[in-house]
Design a protein around this ligand. Structure first.
Ligand SMILES: Nc1ncnc2c1ncn2[C@@H]1O[C@H](COP(=O)(O)OP(=O)(O)OP(=O)(O)O)[C@@H](O)[C@H]1O
Ligand SMILES: [Mg+2]
Length: 503
């Protein structure tokens, strides 16, 4: 019996391959960043060919660093940046356009057109989502309407759509020579096209968007054998046996399986997922209803999600666009150079505001500036913005579910930041807890694959793998918390109503 599982984590900023052992420990990692293509304000693209090349490279790196081959692997799991959309030709394997990334806001006119006379909640009771640029369906429609010749090719059945799980799986299993065209329920639940009850594509909604059904991948569970790696690859004949969108994967990797369990991932954006079990809860407070996971033939589980578009990418912006830090961890040193935020608040509405506000007309704002403010205050305001946004989302979870959060399990790149984690615990008034393995996204995909191949036997075995590393207890006076939240919410109102016909 092989001793390892390999997870492919195709993220927004990088692709990783991580090999895990049976206890959920990391044996080795390969990682490569890909280019963020920013052709115009609000547009964000990736090159699908670069992504596929990087995925192959990182698999090779992870295997060779651990001195392992495919014979040591029980299976492969895939997790991915979610709504990012690729359309390609089924015969040549060539993408017809760059991947349009989830943060991209170019599809607002399509959203407005579909929402006209109906409102943005038009399909919400069926798909769990409001109409928003975030979701894949609007991006497919944009490619069909704007790229030369694509409409005809799609109508003739020549083109395929996939989020990057599907793109990687199709290529890994042979591409134009027998590649498997499949996605899992969690990724399908981010398109605006999947009925949350039947787990099938809705022909009526596809038609409203003008998307031919022949482009759509088959929807399968999150844990089953979809196919085997093609003969020419390093992974030849290894089963690909798990797919989960990155946020659902992180939740799974945190062993938050049951109704009432949750996690918050601090990556490019922040994503709170709150499991609601077999009950589908529709939010009245700006949360999304989404799929938690589905293991083979077992019943599907649902979740509520609070998606925040800009958190870790705000730190990247301080580094790359403002140049006030040289590396992400340096933000902590710079923030520590001042006693407090000096009255400065930064609302990073770069892609409008996601949960719980859903305001496409918002844009980034720095408010409360005086002659006193310096770059230390900006750094501090940036870190605080991450925690303020998370508190807003958890308040919405509280009012949708009337459940008290006992503690918050966290993961992602930013949870190495002690200042942020302490401030987060202070704002929430509950402990913030970090596990030993913070690569929970890849771990969750590995778990899904290992359950399907029999590498792990059940969820209890996975629960036993979870171990606490660090815990931050709240210590701020509640009057101060209330003052900060009041100021923050005022700052949020200043970011709204910015985009109009002139902007
Ligand atoms: N010490 C730190 N303090 C603050 N932010 C940090 C720190 N270290 C990393 N980050 C931020 O964390 C983010 C990286 O987190 P993570 O690795 O979880 O994201 P990711 O998984 O690569 O994202 P994606 O999956 O979207 O590609 C970056 O945006 C970076 O700016
Ligand atoms: Mg990630």
């Amino acid at each position: 019996m092989p001793d390892y599982i390999l997870a492919i984590d195709q993220g927004t900023t990088s692709s990783r391959a991580i090999i895990f052992d049976r206890t959920g420990n990391i044996v080795s990692t390969g990682q490569k960043e890909h280019e963020q293509i920013l052709p115009r304000p609000g547009w964000v693209e990736h090159d699908p060919m670069e992504i596929w090349k990087n995925v192959q490279e990182v698999i090779g790196i992870a295997l060779s660093r651990a001195d392992l081959t495919r014979h040591h692997l029980s299976g492969i799991g895939i997790t991915n940046q979610r709504e990012t959309t690729v359309v390609w030709d089924r015969t040549t394997g060539e993408p017809v356009y760059n991947a349009i990334v989830w943060q991209d806001t170019r599809t607002q006119p399509i959203v407005d057109r579909l929402a006209k006379d109906h409102g943005t909640d038009r399909f919400k009771s069926i798909v769990g989502l409001p109409l928003a640029t975030y979701f894949a369906g609007t991006k497919i429609a944009w490619i069909l309407e704007n790229v030369d010749g694509v409409r005809e090719r799609a109508d003739s059945g020549a083109l395929l759509f996939g989020t990057t799980d599907t793109w990687v799986l199709w290529n890994l299993t042979g591409g134009s020579h027998g590649g498997v065209h499949v996605t899992d329920v969690t990724n399908a639940s981010r398109t605006l096209f999947m009925d949350l009850d039947t787990l099938e594509w809705r022909d009526d909604i596809l038609e409203e968007f003008g998307v031919p059904r022949s482009m759509m991948p088959e929807i399968r569970s999150s844990s089953e054998i979809y196919g085997h790696a093609k003969d020419s690859s390093l992974l030849r004949e290894t089963p690909i046996a798990g797919i989960l969108g990155d946020q659902q994967a992180a939740t799974f990797g945190q062993a938050a399986f049951d109704a009432g369990e949750s996690k918050n991932t601090y990556g490019t954006g922040n994503f709170v997922i709150f499991q609601t079990g077999e009950e589908k809860v529709l939010s009245s407070d700006g949360l999304l209803t989404t799929i938690g996971y589905k293991l083979g033939d077992e019943p599907v589980t649902y979740a509520l999600e609070g998606s925040i578009a800009v958190t870790g990418s705000l730190i990247q912006w301080l580094r790359d666009q403002l140049g006030i830090i040289r590396s992400a961890p340096e933000v902590e040193t710079l923030a520590a150079s001042v006693d407090d935020n000096g009255g400065v608040y930064l609302v990073p509405a770069f892609s409008g505001l996601f949960a719980p506000y859903w305001r496409p007309d918002a844009r980034g704002a720095i408010v409360g500036l005086t002659r006193f403010a310096n770059k230390g205050h900006i750094a501090r305001a940036a870190l605080e913005a991450v925690a303020f946004q998370t508190r807003d989302v958890l308040d919405a979870v509280g009012s949708d579910t009337s459940l008290d959060l006992g503690e918050l399990r966290v993961d992602g790149g930013m949870v190495q930041n002690d200042t942020l984690m302490q401030f987060q615990a202070d704002l929430l008034g509950v402990p913030v807890v970090r596990p030993v393995i913070t690569e929970t996204t890849a771990l969750g995909a590995a778990y899904a694959a290992g359950l399907a191949t029999g590498f792990w036997s059940d969820l209890d075995e996975l629960r036993a793998n979870w171990r606490e590393d660090e815990r931050w207890e709240p210590s701020m006076d509640s009057k101060e918390v209330n003052r900060l939240m009041r100021q923050w919410r005022k700052a949020v109102t200043k970011s709204m109503d910015w985009v109009d016909d002139d902007v």
